[in-house]
Design a protein around this ligand. Structure first.
Ligand code: C5P
Length: 317
C-alpha cells in the first residue's frame, strides 16, 4: 500500500479590530486598510496525503449538508497549490508527480460560524496551504505562497501569519504588529448571517469617506510596540479612538438590524469596546479582565436584544 501521511491541525478565527474600505479596484474587489486579530476559536482539520484511491482532492465535513466539497475554500486551496506546483516542476524540467499528485483527503470539523466575518473558510484554506507546503518540502517562497493564498480568498494571506497584523490592498499586503494576545473576547453571533459580496456592494452605492492616512500611520505605529500587561494591550488598541471604524458595519446593520442592537447591548452592559467583525454578522467585545468579560457575557445572555445569538467567550492569540 502507498504511504499515507496524516496531518492534524486547527484553523483559528479572526476579528477585524477596525476595517476601512479605501477604494474599488477594476476587478470589483476593494482596497482595504484593516487590523486583523487571531482569536482562540478554531475549526479542526485532518489532512491525509497519499494512500490508495484516485489522485483527487476530497473534502468531507460530517453533519454539514451546506458544505459543497468542490466549492469549499479548502478544495480551492489544494487545487491551486497543486496547479502551481505542477507549473513549477514543469518549468524546472522535473518529472516528479507525472502520474498525478497524491490523493488528498481533507476532513473538516467546523466550529467557526459561516457568514460571521470571522474568516472560518479562509482560515481552513490557509491551514491546507501550510500543510501542503510542509508536506512537499516548502516548494514555494513566502511571497509565492502569499500570492497563491490571495487568489484563494482575500483573507487567506492573513492566516498564514496569524497574531495581530495590519492588512492592506485586497488583503495580501501584511505587516505583523506587536502581540495583543490574551485579551478576553466575547463573540455574539446573530442567527442571521451577512453575505460579504452584498455588504461590499452596498457600500459602493454610498460615497467612500477619505481616510486620514497620517492619523492611521501614527496609531498603527503605536501597535508595533510590545506591551506587557493586558491593560496596556487594551489601552494601546483603544488609543485608536475615532479611527476605530468598520466601514462595513452600517450596511450590515441595514441587512441585519440585530447587529446594531447587540453592539448597544454589549456597550450598555459595560464592554470597553464592541463592534462588528469583517462584513458580519458576528459582533465582538474586548476586555482586559476575564471577570468583566464574564459579567458582560451573563448580562447579554439575558438581554432580549441578543435573542437566538450564539455567545462564546474566548481570547486573542
Ligand atoms: O476573496 P473572498 O472570496 O473572501 O471575498 C468575498 C467577497 O468579498 C468578494 O467576492 C468581494 O465581493 C468582496 N471583497 C472585496 N474586497 C476585498 C475582499 C472581499 O470586494 N478586499
Amino acid at each position: 500500500m502507498d504511504n499515507i501521511e496524516t496531518y492534524k491541525t486547527s484553523a483559528s478565527a479572526k476579528i477585524n479590530l477596525f476595517l476601512r474600505v479605501c477604494g474599488r479596484l477594476p476587478n470589483g474587489y476593494h482596497r482595504l486598510y484593516t487590523v486583523m486579530q487571531e482569536i482562540d476559536y478554531c475549526d479542526e482539520l485532518v489532512v491525509s496525503i497519499g494512500g490508495e484511491g484516485p489522485s483527487e482532492i476530497v473534502v468531507e465535513c460530517e453533519g454539514r449538508t451546506d458544505i459543497v466539497p468542490k466549492k469549499n475554500l479548502c478544495y480551492k486551496a489544494a487545487d491551486r497549490f497543486y496547479a502551481s506546483l505542477h507549473n513549477k516542476l514543469a518549468a524546472e524540467g522535473s518529472t516528479d508527480y507525472q502520474d498525478g499528485f497524491p490523493r488528498t483527503v481533507i476532513k473538516l470539523t467546523k466550529r467557526i460560524p459561516s457568514e460571521s466575518g470571522m474568516g472560518g473558510g479562509s482560515s481552513d484554506a490557509a491551514s491546507v496551504l501550510i500543510v501542503l507546503q510542509e508536506h512537499f518540502g516548502s516548494p514555494f517562497t513566502e511571497e509565492e505562497l502569499g500570492k497563491l493564498a490571495v487568489n484563494v480568498g482575500a483573507d487567506v494571506p492573513f492566516f498564514l501569519y496569524g497574531g495581530t497584523c495590519l492588512c492592506e490592498s485586497v488583503g495580501e499586503d501584511i505587516t505583523p504588529l506587536a502581540s495583543l494576545s490574551g485579551l478576553p473576547v466575547l463573540i455574539v453571533k446573530p442567527a442571521e448571517g451577512v453575505s460579504t459580496p452584498e455588504c461590499f456592494k452596498a457600500i459602493d452605492s454610498a460615497e467612500l469617506q477619505q481616510i486620514d492616512n497620517d492619523a492611521y500611520t501614527e496609531y498603527v505605529s503605536g501597535l508595533t510596540k510590545e506591551k506587557d500587561s493586558l491593560s496596556d494591550k487594551l489601552e494601546a488598541f483603544l488609543a485608536g479612538g475615532d479611527l476605530l471604524v468598520n466601514d462595513l458595519q452600517a450596511p450590515a446593520i441595514e441587512a441585519v438590524p440585530q447587529i446594531g442592537e447587540v453592539i448597544e447591548a454589549l456597550k450598555e452592559a459595560g464592554a470597553p469596546y464592541a463592534a462588528m467583525t469583517g462584513s458580519g454578522s458576528a459582533v465582538f467585545a474586548l476586555f482586559d479582565s476575564e471577570e468583566k468579560a464574564n459579567e458582560v457575557a451573563e448580562a447579554v445572555k439575558n438581554d432580549p436584544r441578543a435573542k437566538d445569538c450564539r455567545i462564546e467567550l474566548t481570547q486573542t492569540v
